[in-house]
Ligand binder design. Structure first.
Ligand SMILES: [Zn+2]
Length: 481
């Protein structure tokens, strides 16, 4: 059976932004064909289903370039610890108490929130990754799952061999591949993984042609340790180990402490940086993404986890990417000089700085650049998961947006709404060729289902038990409140 989605307005991908009439045929988990004006007319068979969505805009579903779905469980916990290194100070302590069943239950929560934000695929990185994959299958979400690998520090150390086995198991699981779930090699970071393990997993990535997905240069502690232990920056050290050219490419996440020299060492053909602006605002500071763009290094946008972002909507990251540099204007020394003096000359200097920042960032605000980060670049990063574009052969991850919603009014530029608006939950959502909930009531049908009620109750119970095991009384009180 083939499902034919017919629309008067489709945006086929970040390199095809002009809306066009289209009929998209979906067979199984993939797009079978895309018929455009001028093509031979589509010919549905008697058993086929034709869904005419009229004026509703049809686009690829979004791809979240970096997240930890299960960490939505830690949303709002330990915000005081953000002043230090929250990963080491708090998350590791909680994560040492996690079970596989907890991870599956918590992953469903992050997966459902992702779907409701129009995300069809995620790049996840976590412990008990087979449970992450199961939780994603439970909710119908696709993506690239990286079992977190650590051998020097972190809660993954005692489970290292299991995580290596899980990487191969997910990479070679035909059932998961059919469900749209594939593997990446997931070293945690440069300071929690030894040279021996980096070398070993680079070989693993080569053997299975897997991308490597790792946090790189994400904290001052990691940068200092790299200089102390190796006499070089995290990126420089990885380059010296040959990791940057291993496997099917490398996704380097956060890059807060990436230098200009480091950018020169990255390989634009296979190395991709990841920018998570809202998360970086909470745990650190927004990375110097305009420098990445100038250096020609492709990058994706991710939400990171619910614990350090609070939202799974990767679409909402885009306007921060587009114009976030403007936040640097007021706190600048020019800003301080103006506020203390009130001089017109200082006000003019502030305006000069505003224009300079705007010029520097203009290229990032281009809709094609913005949508590349959530469609084309992350969607083309894994050789076995083609998403982020509507083209024959790609996975059928498709959003249908309600043309009647005020966020799309006036109808001057749907691309503007996609990149700068808050378009919320799609009217219709297909992931891996299957509809998520009911068209026209995606949110309500998902949230009112018995499966969701049960999933939520299980996650609630498991979270309370986890908080008790981790010995965090304030967290328990907050959960009961
Ligand atoms: Zn992360």
């Amino acid at each position: 059976m083939v499902t034919w989605i017919k629309t008067r307005r489709a945006v086929l991908g970040s390199r095809h932004l002009t809306p066009t009439p289209a009929t998209i045929a979906v067979r199984g988990p993939r797009i079978a064909s895309v018929s455009l004006p001028g093509d031979p007319p589509p010919t549905p068979g008697p058993d086929d289903v034709v869904v005419d969505v009229g004026d509703h805009l049809v686009t690829p579903a979004f791809v979240n370039g970096h997240t930890h779905l299960a960490m939505s469980a830690m949303r709002g916990v330990g915000l005081d610890a953000m002043a230090g290194n929250i990963i080491e100070d708090l998350y590791f302590r909680i994560e040492a108490e996690l079970t596989a069943e907890d991870v599956r239950a918590f992953t469903r929560m992050g997966a459902a929130e992702s779907l409701l934000a129009g995300v069809g695929a995620v790049w996840d990185h976590y412990y008990f990754a087979e449970a992450v994959a199961e939780g994603m299958v439970d909710m119908g979400l696709t993506g690239v799952v990286a079992p977190t690998l650590q051998d020097l520090a972190g809660p993954g150390v005692p489970r290292l061999e299991a995580a290596l086995d899980a990487t191969v198991a997910i990479a070679t699981d035909a059932g998961l591949a059919e469900a749209g779930i594939v593997a990446a090699c997931g070293p945690h970071a440069t300071d929690t993984v030894s040279e021996a393990l980096w070398t070993r997993l680079a070989q693993l990535a080569d053997d299975h042609h897997l991308p490597i997905h790792a946090h790189v240069a994400q904290s001052i502690e990691e940068y200092r340790r790299s200089l102390d232990r190796h006499g070089s920056s995290p990126v420089d050290w990885l380059a010296s180990l040959g990791v940057l050219k291993a496997g099917a490419g490398m996704l380097l996440v956060h890059g807060l402490y990436v230098t200009e020299a480091d950018l020169g060492r990255l390989r634009p053909g296979t190395n991709v940086l990841c920018y998570c602006p809202f998360s970086q605002l909470q745990f650190g500071f927004p990375a110097a993404v305009e420098g990445w763009w100038k250096a020609g290094i492709p990058f994706v946008v991710g939400t990171d986890c619910g614990a350090s972002n609070d939202s799974m909507s990767v679409q909402q990251e885009l306007r921060l990417l587009a114009s976030g540099r403007a936040f640097a204007v007021a706190p600048s020394s020019a800003g301080q000089r103006f506020r203390s003096s009130g001089d017109l000359s200082q006000a003019r200097a502030l305006d000069v700085l505003r224009r300079k920042r705007r010029d520097e960032q203009q290229a990032l605000a281009d809709p094609r650049t913005l949508l590349d980060t959530v469609w084309r670049v992350p969607g083309g990063l894994h050789p076995r998961l083609d998403v982020g574009r509507l083209v024959a052969g790609a996975r059928a991850n498709i959003c249908i947006w309600d043309a009647r919603h005020p966020a799309w009014w006036p109808r001057t530029s749907p691309v503007r709404a996609l990149t700068m608006g808050d378009i919320s939950t799609p009217w219709g959502l297909m992931v891996n060729g299957a509809w998520i909930g009911e068209r026209g009531a995606v949110r309500e049908s998902l949230l009112s289902s018995d499966e969701w009620r049960e999933a939520r109750a299980e996650a609630d119970g498991r979270l309370r038990a986890l908080a008790k095991r981790a010995g965090l009384p304030e967290w328990i009180t907050a959960l009961d409140g």
